[in-house]
Design a protein around this ligand. Structure first.
Ligand code: PEP
Length: 252
């Protein structure tokens, strides 16, 4: 059975004590709880190196929450994919709706980052999804298609092999209102078929994550759906016990 994947996005949260406590908790946990689950943690970037050295659990990998598409040069404040590689992260979250909104990231910029990430042998976790208004206008598929098409246009027909897509309806992020698992399953099926149709390889390694108010109460109903390979968890990953419950419930 394919392992379920749980991604934690800490956003701009945590501090030295929080990180130390998290490491202590994870290291004292029986690793059987992680039997059928793979866990990827995206803390603020400055903690990645420390965490990757101190955490003993081999089921845990690390992701950056952002990256620049340039490799080096006069780009003050930016961090390149190769630097992220060096500090021990294998994955990079791209196009999170908070970056699209607060940092004006558009589909083209995200596609450039995607290209750069893949070129550096890192794995993109591309976030896509519609707003409440777009959902009400029945535009979900159009929006998603546009977000995916820009990647194909910039990175070629093979772009999505060995990647993750996190479908995160914006209206469900941090609101406590998760999308219905049946609806998500349908969207995931659509995403998978759409990408396979446009890809060179007909068998591609693509992981589909759902993100949006995932909690210990709803994870079971989400994770049992055929086209959902895992989840991306924001606020639910900040309390250790909560996060562990989500992981445990994925061990089906
Ligand atoms: C997210 O930030 O990607 C997310 C899904 O957040 P939350 O779980 O808090 O809705």
């Amino acid at each position: 059975m394919k392992k379920k994947i749980v991604i934690a996005n800490w956003k701009l949260n945590g501090n030295k004590n929080f990180v130390k406590e998290f490491i202590h908790n994870i290291n004292s946990e029986n690793q059987k709880f992680f039997k059928n689950t793979k866990v990827i943690i995206a803390p603020p970037i400055i903690y990645i190196k420390y965490m990757s050295k101190k955490i003993h659990n081999k089921k845990i990998s690390f992701a950056s929450q952002n990256v620049d598409y340039n490799y080096q040069g006069a780009f003050t404040g930016e961090i390149s994919p190769n630097m992220i590689n060096e500090i021990g992260a294998k994955y990079i979250i791209l196009g999170h709706s908070e970056r699209r909104k607060n940092h004006f990231e558009n589909n083209l910029l995200i596609a450039k980052k995607f290209f750069s990430v893949k070129k550096n042998k890192l794995i993109p976790i591309l976030c896509i999804g519609e707003t409440q208004e777009e959902k009400e206008k029945n535009l979900t598929k159009n929006i998603i298609q546009k977000q995916i098409d820009e990647i194909f246009l910039h990175c070629g027909n093979n772009a999505f092999h060995n990647t993750f897509i996190a479908y995160e309806p914006i209206w469900s992020i941090g609101t406590g209102e998760n999308a219905s698992p049946d609806d998500v399953n349908k969207i995931m099926k659509f995403i998978k078929n759409y990408i396979i149709k446009k890809s060179l390889y007909k068998k591609i390694n693509l992981n589909l994550q759902y993100g949006g108010s995932v909690s210990p109460n709803n994870i079971k109903r989400i994770i049992e759906k055929k086209y959902i390979d895992g989840v991306l968890v924001g606020s639910g990953s900040l309390q250790y016990k909560n996060f562990l419950k989500i992981i445990q419930k994925c061990n089906v």
